[in-house]
Unconditional design. Structure first.
Length: 514
């Protein structure tokens, strides 16, 4: 019985032990990651369900795991379109869907990022990131987007800089062409351009190539072997320095001047210079000059002046001669009359003509042909009148107190006639035949003004008190009043001690006749 009981127990426990051993083996292999181990199903039919069920469980687990591994390996190889192909349930289904969603999301992120990166390769930085990941993928997509925005900004700035550089290059090219054209124009023109430093000697920083017209080379000035001052005529240097200093100190930025310079061969040439005074922000002064040779113009101008002087001299000479002819005719005509008043009228007219002729004679003798040395004129006119009225037999003296005055013809002619009339009246009426006397002529110029004072005085018997000198019938005094108005003057009479006429007047400015 014992043996039978053992045999029966053995027949029951042995398959159970085998199944337990299989479980242990499968568990140990599973721990090692080996999922291909299966339970032995060669057992009794009733016990067979246990290993078969265990194998079913292992299969259900192994299939999704292997599919997951396959898809994961495909993703690792960059095959992002691989999906889970087996139909599983439960959490294995969720695992597969999660892996598929991950693949789709990763594929979209990479496709979108590739599109942006491809645009980068084509220098298109306007294509934005459309698919933004989450977590670490968000760092990737945001990083690409930030890079795109930075590159877009840099590209825009580069384009703008390129445009600015292109515009500048075109402007520079245009400026260079314009500069070359201007240099050609200047070098082919008679105008010589200088840039000077505002320093003693006026060293040149630049000079146009046409300085060769004067025999010099550009390098002689720019190397400072020759200073501009070195070629200026010594007699003109002082005026040039003073004129430049005056214009700099007054804030002037442009002035013109004429002076003489030497060519390299020693020839003297006249130049007209237009000087530009430039001041920078630091207050430093730079000088730019445009030099034009005007020698031939000066020669022509001088020739014209000489011709004009000769013409004026000839005119004044002819007028003087014609007036002397008229004076002579008046003298000869007076011989045809016996009436003293008629003879006196002829003589007065002769003296007036003589006073005018004397003005033209003095103009003919003057250097500028414009003004008369009036002190000399008064001396000559008075001497003539004293002789004309035969003062030699009477003791009448002449006293002159005349400033060194030069008057233009528009003032000198009427003033000469006024003096003629007043001195003639004194010689004719102020003294008796045997009386001693004195006639005084005083001409003064007011200091600092263009005004003059003329006094004609005698110490004779005086002007009649019952006669208004401004309303007299005397032609001579009427002429004096008219001529005083003509020279915009005033006249007063003083009879305290003889007769004294005081006349104040202004010199008439010469007005060119048209």
């Amino acid at each position: 019985m014992a043996a039978l009981a053992y045999m029966i127990a053995r027949s029951i426990t042995r398959p159970i032990d085998d199944i337990v051993d299989d479980f242990k083996n499968i568990a140990q292999e599973a721990i090692k990651g080996k999922l291909d181990v299966r339970a032995n199903t060669d057992v009794e039919i009733d016990f067979q369900e246990i290993p078969v069920g265990l194998n079913e469980i292992l299969k259900a687990v192994v299939v999704p795991i292997r599919e997951t591994i396959r898809v994961t390996n495909a993703l690792a190889k960059g095959e992002l379109k691989e999906r889970v192909r087996v139909d599983v349930q439960g959490e294995f289904r969720e695992l597969g869907d999660t892996l598929d969603k991950f693949s789709e999301t990763l594929n979209m992120i990479i496709d979108d990022s590739n599109a942006v990166l491809t645009a980068f390769q084509n220098n298109d930085f306007k294509r934005e990131i459309l698919v933004h990941g989450q977590g670490d993928f968000k760092l990737l997509t945001d990083g690409i987007e930030e890079t795109r925005m930075a590159l877009d900004l840099v590209t825009a700035q580069r384009r703008e800089a390129k445009k600015v550089l292109m515009d500048y290059a075109m402007e520079l090219e245009h400026s260079n062409k314009l500069k070359e054209e201007m240099e050609r124009v200047i070098n082919n023109s008679p105008v010589i351009v200088f840039l000077w430093e505002y320093e003693p000697g006026w060293p040149a920083k630049f000079v146009s190539e046409n300085i060769a017209r004067l025999g010099y080379e550009v390098e002689e000035f720019t190397s400072k072997r020759i200073f501009y001052e070195d070629i200026v005529h010594q007699e003109d240097l002082k005026n040039m320095r003073e004129e430049l200093a005056k214009n700099v100190n007054s804030g002037c930025d442009l002035y013109t001047s004429e002076y003489r310079i030497f060519t390299k061969s020693g020839e003297i040439r006249w130049v007209d210079e237009r000087t530009f005074i430039q001041r920078d922000k630091k207050g430093e002064i730079h000088l730019q000059g445009i030099i034009l040779d005007i020698t031939e113009h000066k020669k022509a101008e001088e020739a014209l002046l000489q011709m004009e002087e000769i013409r004026k001299k000839e005119i004044h000479h002819r007028i003087k001669n014609n007036l002397q002819v008229i004076s002579t005719l008046l003298y000869l005509e007076s011989g045809n009359f016996n009436d003293k008043e008629v003879i006196e009228a002829f003589r007065d007219s002769q003296n007036r003509v003589k006073s005018m002729a004397l003005v033209h004679e003095k103009l003919y003798q003057s250097e500028d042909m414009i003004s008369v040395d009036f002190a000399d004129y008064i001396q000559n006119l008075a001497s003539y009148l004293f002789g004309a009225y035969s003062v030699g037999g009477r003791n009448i003296s002449l006293k002159l107190d005349v400033d060194n005055v030069f008057l233009g013809m528009d003032t000198a002619v009427p003033l000469g006639i006024i003096i003629n009339e007043l001195v003639s009246n004194s010689l004719k009426h102020a003294f008796s035949e045997i009386e001693n006397g004195e006639i005084c002529i005083c001409l003064k110029k007011y200091e600092g003004e263009n005004c003059f004072s003329l006094i004609v005085r005698d110490n004779g018997k005086g002007f009649p008190e019952d006669i208004d000198f401004k309303e007299t019938d005397s032609l001579g005094l009427q002429l004096v009043i008219t001529l005083v108005d003509q020279i915009e003057g005033s006249i007063e009479l003083n009879t305290d001690n003889g007769t004294e006429f005081r006349i104040k007047f202004k010199e008439l400015r010469y007005r060119q006749k048209i």
